[in-house]
Design a protein around this ligand. Sequence first.
Ligand code: ADE
Length: 263
Amino acid sequence: MLPVICFDVLTLFPSIFDGFLSESVLKRALITQKIEVRLHNMRDWAKGRHATMDDRPFGGGPGMLLKVDCVAPCVEEIQHRQEPPGRLLMFTPQGRCFNQKFAEELATEQRIVMLCGRYEGFDERVAEILNPEEVSIGDYILNGGEVAAMVVIEAVMRLISGILGDENSNRLDSFSIDNRILDCAHYTRPREYRGFSVPEILLSGNHAEIAQWRKNNSLQRTKEKRPDLLTPDLLTTASNNSPLKTETLFSQFSITKDKKQSK
Ligand code: ADE
């Protein structure tokens, strides 16, 4: 069976991925060949006796840069080893911010080639020559792109059919296709613990009311924890899908907020 998606990771530290790939959902997806992850050590393309991959920046300044004459041939060879050459991602703090929509977009690809930087980053000509999509996983600085590559592999593989137990379970996760806001609260046994009870409605067996409670809880949590996600178009969609009107949703939120402040 051909894997649905193949990730080629170009890195100077392939062993960082060992534990990540050998546990749980990822391990199973690799064994069942739903996905394939190929690690390539960029040092194999290094030149000279010392296999140097990095050098000091022209003009001075701190740190070292990954050399274009090592990185470019490495990427080109990997991409052309087989068809299709794949979508080329280069991890850098200045890239397009990775999010769930981006993951959904990548999950439609057959092959993703990921270039992991180290040190102060790449010689600028790597981007000029290879024209990769520059990707950041957030506004902070990592030691390199390996953790970013793991984030992308994990977020994308979850979206491949047959990888998670329940086919539809990821559609309602936070930020996901059926729910671009935060997921609602979830509870399991025991019904009561240290005086904290499960909301009565979840024990009622009334599926319509439970669904409504979850929708409201999801909106309420988003308002409290991530109000930036509640864009006007999203609120209109939410109120259209719900018997509650937008004003009611807003007034619910302000009640919750007041309660929290008065604690
Ligand atoms: N390399 C260093 N920091 C990074 C970030 N935030 N995202 C992607 N790659 C990076």
